[in-house]
Design a protein around this ligand. Structure first.
Ligand code: NAD
Length: 420
């Protein structure tokens, strides 16, 4: 079960963490206070209430959010998450993160994020469709293929995107490019489903090589076995990495000799969770994070590596597949302990790169083949990895600070040129 905010360690408030990371970049770039403020403010923030009559007759109202942070470099872009802990502060921080991420990988988008504070597992499919379509009606004046383009995030996927596309198209005509991460039959792109995890694995293998870790001798632990975590684990395993533990919200499974990741994915597809997956010991998510391993890939929620457990992380390399999984205090601790952290805005950017490719194909009505999609994605991401690594080495800073400096400088320059 996910923790409530009151139960979280003191450094787990994600908006504070982001401010700390940004502060390091702002200092490096010597930005004025006014400039900083301009970069931090959201362009638009909305909160809506979405009423839903449930099948048992009860009436519920769920808060929904969309934050558009910055569009100096292109239309707002960012996912929608359905989770009971979603609130405006979290969505605001995640929207900002998207601005820096799209700038870092140099694609023509700004940053946004949205979501509904709901546990989707308490709703049936029809209730989820109604909730999503009502949310879309409320977002309709804000989103659009050249304005703001939502995508999947935690607990949303191709089906939710299909409902948004349908609802939006009722009032705006056929508009597949209004969302990305759609089913293939509705203009989704071959490769988009695995894009984030595929990119995470590509960056992990490169970062591992840079610290002289041979994939075939490396053991990895992956927290979260949803879209990102499962595809990252599958791809790492294909490249010879031994995946010794994986987890979902219900707990972790561990096998020192290596888990058959394909079989685990099939088990989850069939049963809905990792529970009872054979030939493994069970562990808690907390125990999983502190297992001895070479590579740790947090691919679930934010702030999972925090002041309570950073001292006990035993990996040599942490790759942030989730958004903001390492708090600023934990980031400090990991750095002091010589653990390399590949930051989220680089590590999981394969998702938004894939979304960009899907959007471009939709706008042009010209689909690409999957091999072209994945090879372009890997090329773009690894070029970006090299830029960040070179900048970190040249300025003698960590990869996160280097990545933020590159991204913030690009957004700042775009604002200057456009004369906002
Ligand atoms: P998902 O809903 O497909 O999967 C989430 C996984 O995390 C599930 O296995 C779930 O059981 C597990 N989980 C949930 N709560 C947990 C907890 N308290 N402890 C351990 N595991 C828990 O979501 P996703 O799309 O894979 O997204 C995962 C992360 O990656 C999020 O931080 C998201 O913002 C980020 N991300 C996703 C994409 C994308 O394309 N989907 C792109 C970039 C970043």
């Amino acid at each position: 079960m996910s923790a409530t905010l009151a139960e979280l360690p003191s450094d787990c408030h994600c908006h504070n963490n982001q401010e700390h990371f940004l502060e390091r970049a702002f200092r490096g770039l010597e930005l004025s206070d006014t400039h900083r403020e301009l970069l931090l403010q959201s362009f638009c923030e909305i909160t809506v209430q979405i009423p839903l009559r449930k099948r048992d007759g009860t009436l519920r109202s769920y808060p929904g959010y969309r934050v558009q942070h910055n569009h100096a470099r292109g239309p707002f872009k960012g996912g929608l998450r359905y989770h009971p802990n979603v609130d405006l502060g979290e969505i605001r921080a995640l929207a900002q993160l998207m601005t820096w991420k799209t700038a870092l990988v140099d694609i023509p988008f700004g940053g946004a994020k949205g979501g509904i504070a709901v546990d989707p597992f308490t709703l049936d499919n029809e209730e989820l469709e109604t909730l999503t379509k009502r949310f879309t009606q409320k977002l309709s004046p804000l989103i659009g293929e050249h304005h703001d383009i939502p995508a999947p995030d935690m607990n949303t996927g191709p089906q939710v995107m299909a409902w948004i596309f349908e609802e939006y198209s009722k009032s705006h005509g056929y508009t597949p490019a209004v969302v990305t991460g759609k089913p293939l039959e509705l203009g989704g792109a071959e490769g988009r489903l695995e894009a984030t995890g595929y990119g995470v694995a590509a960056v992990t293998l490169k970062a591992a090589a840079d610290i002289s870790l041979n994939p075939t001798n490396a053991a990895a632990v992956v927290q979260g076995f949803g879209n990102v975590g499962s595809h990252a684990a599958l791809r790492l395993a294909e490249n010879g990495v031994r995946i010794i533990a994986i987890s979902d919200v219900g707990g972790a499974v561990f096998n020192e000799k290596g888990i058959d990741v394909k079989a685990a994915a099939a088990h989850v597809a069939e049963t809905g969770s990792l529970q009872d997956f054979p030939d493994c010991e069970t562990l808690s998510n907390e125990e999983l994070l502190t297992l001895p391993c070479d590579i740790l890939v947090p691919a679930a929620l934010e702030a999972t590596i925090n002041c309570d457990n950073a001292d006990n992380i035993k990996a040599a390399l942490v790759v942030e597949a989730a958004n903001m999984p390492v708090t600023h205090t934990a980031d400090h601790t990991l750095r002091d302990r010589g653990i390399v952290v590949v930051p989220d805005i680089l590590a999981n950017a394969g998702g938004v790169i894939g979304s960009y490719f899907e959007w471009a194909q939709n706008i042009q009505r010209f689909p690409w083949e999957k091999t072209l999609f994945l090879s372009r994605l890997e090329q773009l991401l690894l070029r970006c990895y090299r830029q960040v690594n070179d900048a970190a080495r040249d300025s003698n800073v960590d990869m996160r600070t280097a990545a933020y400096e590159i991204a913030v400088a690009r957004v700042s320059r775009a604002i200057e040129l456009r004369g906002f």
